[in-house]
Design a protein around this ligand. Structure first.
Ligand code: GLY
Length: 350
């Protein structure tokens, strides 16, 4: 797998010019959704290298990351003479970089693509690492391929239009990266003021966060071993997220990730002696910035059931990534139903 090149840019126009450069102008295809079309595309549309680029827009929202939207983009590419030398630019959040990467990777057996994430969550998670895909038959990312973008361009100014909740949602994945990496990173994410975001500080933190993910992906691009570290928090998180939709109280992905991290670090404390002091710091941060998702012990069975269907499981057992300390990763762990219920008790005790 090629190494992908992620650039944290201070000037998005120069960065696009550098990477699109002298690519044949009429052979560039830009994919947006209605949000990135409105808020981000206007900042780049006048660039000379994009003057003749084709613009494709699909409906926003994870529910549209499906085969119908993919067909729409494939069809557009075919009808506008896209060829092996075409270049696709995915301008949007994780939904656009996932589906755009998938469409590009499969059109005529693969054309090159560039990701320009427009959300913090997209920048630190979906845009990097080469996972592409669409949802299918109600299953998330059921169809897809591993194929990295030629470049990922991260422009922090795009995130200035995000609301507080979406910034915090993205930040949760940065907390995860810090926990799996090192004490220094963990201290930095704890110190950051999420109440009054300093975007210059955020820029350097995003860069560090993305490098953590890149180092892991480079060693295990297809998630056979080390990349499973990036699943920390996500077994509980996916259960919380799915449950939140079922009970009509949908939550942002990153919020579920924070609650999932809290649960899984408690499990890590029980099983591996993960330091209680750090667990309590995470708990404080979660309560302060994310609040707590409300459920009660009558919901334990359904949450457990959702975890048994997690696609990270390789057998009947529920698969977790845990930590024995900051940066000390323990992949392929499991827990009994009783242990999982004990974690939920810990969560509810507040
Ligand atoms: N979202 C975790 C990964 O890319 O592996």
């Amino acid at each position: 797998m090629n190494r992908q090149l992620t650039t944290i840019c201070t000037d998005i126009k120069t960065a696009i010019n550098d990477v699109v450069g002298d690519h044949k102008k009429a052979n560039v295809f830009i994919l947006t959704d209605d949000n990135s079309l409105k808020y981000c595309y206007p900042l780049i549309r006048d660039l000379p290298c994009l003057k003749e680029a084709h613009l494709i827009t699909i409906a926003s929202g994870d529910e549209n990351k499906n085969i119908d939207s993919a067909v729409k983009v494939w069809q557009y590419l075919s009808e506008h003479d896209a060829n092996r030398k075409s270049l696709m630019i995915n301008l949007g959040g994780g939904m656009i970089t996932d589906i755009g990467g998938f469409v590009a990777s499969t059109f005529k057996r693969g054309i090159e693509y560039i990701n320009i994430p427009t959300t913090l969550l997209g920048a630190v998670d979906a845009a990097t690492g080469g996972k592409t895909g669409i949802n299918f038959l109600g299953l998330k990312n059921e169809i897809g391929v591993f194929n990295p973008a030629r470049h990922v361009l991260i422009y922090i100014d795009f995130f200035k239009t995000l609301d507080k909740q979406n910034l915090r949602s993205g930040y949760a994945e940065m907390v995860k990266h810090a926990l799996i990496d090192a004490w220094e990173e963990w201290r930095k994410v704890l110190d950051f003021n999420l109440e009054d975001v300093d975007f210059d500080v955020l820029r350097t933190m995003v860069e560090r966060s993305v490098r953590i993910k890149e180092r892991i992906v480079e060693q295990d691009p297809k998630e056979q071993h080390l990349r499973k570290a990036l699943n920390l928090g996500h077994t509980f998180a996916h259960a919380f997220e799915t449950f939140s939709y079922r009970v009509n109280r949908p939550v942002l992905h990153g919020y579920a990730v924070m609650w999932g991290l809290l649960c899984e670090l408690y499990l890590a404390h029980v099983k591996f002696g993960f330091p209680k002091k750090e667990l309590l710091k995470l708990k404080y941060m979660t309560k302060e910035y994310y609040g707590m998702f409300s459920f009660d012990c009558n919901d334990y069975e359904i949450l457990y059931e959702l975890m048994t269907h997690d696609k990270k499981n390789e057998s009947k057992e529920i698969n977790f990534t845990l930590l024995s300390d900051i940066g000390e990763i323990q992949i392929n762990q499991t827990a009994s139903k009783e242990e999982i219920f004990e974690v939920l008790d810990f969560y509810l005790m507040g």
